[in-house]
Design a protein around this ligand. Structure first.
Ligand SMILES: C[S@@+](CC[C@H](N)C(=O)[O-])C[C@H]1O[C@@H](n2cnc3c(N)ncnc32)[C@H](O)[C@@H]1O
Length: 325
């Protein structure tokens, strides 16, 4: 997971030429950028208004070194403790076979017995397992027979979960700093205290909108056992209500970016942007110049795999990294 995964080497080389100690990854999603900032030895804050994103960031960014032990795994893989069946009944015949849904209910029956960070690793691994099994990792496709030829599709979620835990355990480390995670709308965050802020907001595609809940509603629900979210019962996908963000729409993104840049004008701003989005790169540049004296633009060729089956063909776009100070 992580749309910026392939960009990390370029981004790191750009970041390595900037002097800063504290950093905010304001739209962290998979946590991959916050994690590489942590690897660079920075004091990192990761934020995303999605719960599953903040869960992942707690597991790998905030977590100072806690891993899941063999004993923890025995607990998580033991039979359903309280007979809960919300996932089995709600998603019957959608996404995964019954035994996978039973497995998810069963793991959840134990998860809250674990302390912080162990719980977050277990939840992140459940989300990663579910994303790997689901065609293209997006939950707009409900057909459990949809076969895109990947091996993961035919593996039980239990097996994918065990592998994902191993991977998360291996990723955990302490960089000697107090790193933290927030799960807030970016406009409600206190902007002070960050030498550098990294922005990778959703960009409005020329057609349609950038709706993350539509793609990831199952992971968002799974990370909280669908507590405090509302399933739209009349939808075929049983998705949860979308979370409005002004970045996702052509009408509102310019104003949102302008407000964002003004809010964080006291920090160095680093922004990722791909050229098939609205607004265009010249406009982004002009918006940044309104608050910053010096704006550099780096261009990175990057092949994108976009997450919905309508647009799934891989296409070449230009990725830009703006650095404004
Ligand atoms: C393009 S993705 C970030 C991808 C990330 N850099 C990665 O590589 O995994 C944009 C993220 O912004 C989050 N987001 C959108 N609007 C937001 C808002 N107003 N406040 C906080 N997060 C928001 C979405 O939930 C989504 O995860």
């Amino acid at each position: 997971m992580g749309s910026k995964y392939k960009m990390i080497p370029y981004l790191s080389s750009v970041l390595s030429n900037i002097r800063f100690e504290t950093a905010l990854d304001a739209f962290s999603e998979s946590g991959v950028v916050a994690y590489s900032l942590k690897e660079m030895g920075k004091q990192v804050t990761a934020n995303d208004f999605l719960h599953f994103s903040s869960t992942i960031a707690k597991a790998i960014v905030e977590n100072p070194g806690v891993t899941l032990s063999q004993e923890d795994m025995e607990l998580l893989l033991s039979p359903n403790k309280d007979g809960r069946n919300f996932i089995q009944t709600t998603f019957q015949n959608l996404y995964f076979p019954l035994e996978d849904h039973q497995f998810l209910d069963s793991v959840w029956s134990h998860i809250e017995d674990l302390p912080l960070y162990k719980r977050e690793i277990a939840l992140s691994a459940l989300c990663l397992a579910a994303a790997r099994k689901q065609p293209r990792g997006v939950f707009t496709i409900t057909d459990l027979r949809y076969d895109d030829g990947r091996k993961n599709m035919h593996l039980p979620l239990r097996e994918l979960f065990v592998k994902a835990v191993e991977e998360y355990n291996n990723a955990v480390f302490d960089n000697g700093k107090i790193n933290s995670v927030m799960c807030e709308d970016i406009f409600s965050i206190d902007p002070s205290g960050f030498d550098l802020v990294y922005f990778d907001p959703p960009y409005a595609p020329p057609k349609d909108d950038a709706d993350y809940i539509k793609r990831y509603h199952f992971l968002e629900g799974l990370s909280r056992y669908w507590r405090d979210v509302k399933i739209m019962e009349n939808t075929k996908t049983k998705k949860i209500e979308k979370r409005y963000t002004p970045f996702a729409y052509k009408r509102t993104i310019r104003e949102a970016l302008s407000k964002l840049f003004r809010k964080f004008e006291n920090s160095i701003i680093v922004l990722s942007y791909s050229s098939n989005s609205v607004p265009g790169e010249k406009e982004i540049y002009d918006l940044l110049r309104e608050v910053k004296g010096d704006v550099e633009v780096y261009s990175v060729p990057h092949t994108y795999s976009f997450g919905t089956h309508e647009t799934a063909k891989r296409r070449q776009v230009n990725e830009y990294i703006f650095v404004a100070r």
